[in-house]
Design a protein around this ligand. Structure first.
Ligand code: NAD
Length: 261
């Protein structure tokens, strides 16, 4: 059978996609022909405008649906409201950094809910739709922190290791069907939020931009270069392609060699 990468006729739901990696993945899926559903917890005119811009640029259908990924009913409601889900990208995520003894309980709960439990709820709602359609792709945006740890990121590292486990279970429960489940594990990705931290880091360390990026921010990333949101999107498009039909239950690191250390 010829290998195709066109996603025309498929509907992709990307959680947490009004900025950063989620938006980058949505753009690449739309470029490959998928109809896309953008999501976050806000409901601003600019959120809906992002979807309209994608529809115009890539000539696909695009919608923005508000749903709070910390709320199980919202997670399941997002999939129900979309009405179709061939490709599910679980991307919404937050971070908080503190030592375990003083790690705020409400931050722990929020990170586990948004970064891990949301993927359980969306996957539970999406699998019956994928089964009915006879095809599906679940792609969880984990992290290098799904495979390794750093101090002070207890909730984030626990949630990201958890989502790698959930990915494997999803893959095993769908193994004999034309559905795959995989996790992308990014290292440091240059998103607007990361970009915004660079001036502060330059001031704190008294370094120029290149030095602070290489020596401080990318100290654990052997390539000493950020990954890009477009590369995350391209990896997701590959996982949706026929070439990846037998890739399931695994992680793909896009981390400049972080996990090789
Ligand atoms: P970001 O802050 O730009 O994006 C996070 C997205 O999640 C935003 O769209 C935000 O609105 C959304 N979100 C947050 N809370 C939500 C909620 N309660 N309900 C719905 N949406 C919510 O950050 P990003 O860097 O693009 O991160 C995206 C994913 O990639 C996260 O899961 C993150 O852990 C992971 N990741 C990022 C990096 C990196 O270097 N940027 C590295 C590894 C993994």
């Amino acid at each position: 059978m010829a290998i195709t990468t066109s996603l025309s006729g498929k509907t992709a739901i990307i959680t947490g996609s009004n900025s950063g990696i989620g938006l980058g993945v949505a753009r690449e899926l739309a470029r490959a022909g998928a109809d896309v559903v953008l999501n976050s917890f806000s409901d601003r005119a600019e959120d809906h405008a992002l979807a309209a811009a994608l529809a115009a640029e890539f000539r696909v259908r695009a919608r923005y649906i508000r749903a709070d990924m910390s709320n199980p009913a919202d997670c399941r409601g997002l999939i129900a409201q979309a009405g179709a889900c061939d490709i599910l990208i679980n991307n919404a995520g937050i971070q908080h950094v503190a030592p375990i003894p003083v790690f705020p309980v409400e931050k722990w709960d929020a990170i586990i809910a948004i970064n891990l439990s949301s993927a359980f709820h969306t996957t539970a709602a999406a699998l019956p739709m994928m089964r009915a359609a006879g095809w599906g792709r679940v792609i969880n945006i984990a992290s290098a922190h799904g495979l390794t740890a750093s101090p002070f990121k207890s909730a984030y590292v626990a949630a990201k290791h958890g989502i790698v486990g959930l990915t494997k279970v999803t893959a095993l429960e769908t193994a004999e069907e034309p559905i795959t489940a995989n996790a992308i594990c990014p290292g440091y990705v240059l998103t607007p939020l990361v970009e915004a931290q660079i001036p502060d880091q330059m001031k704190t360390h008294g370094m120029d931009r290149d030095t602070v990026v290489r020596e401080v921010m990318l100290a654990r990333q052997p390539s000493r270069d950020f990954a890009t949101v477009e590369q995350m999107g391209g990896t997701a498009v590959f996982l949706c392609s026929d070439a990846a039909a037998q890739i399931t239950g695994t992680t793909i690191s896009v981390d400049g060699g972080w996990t090789a250390l």
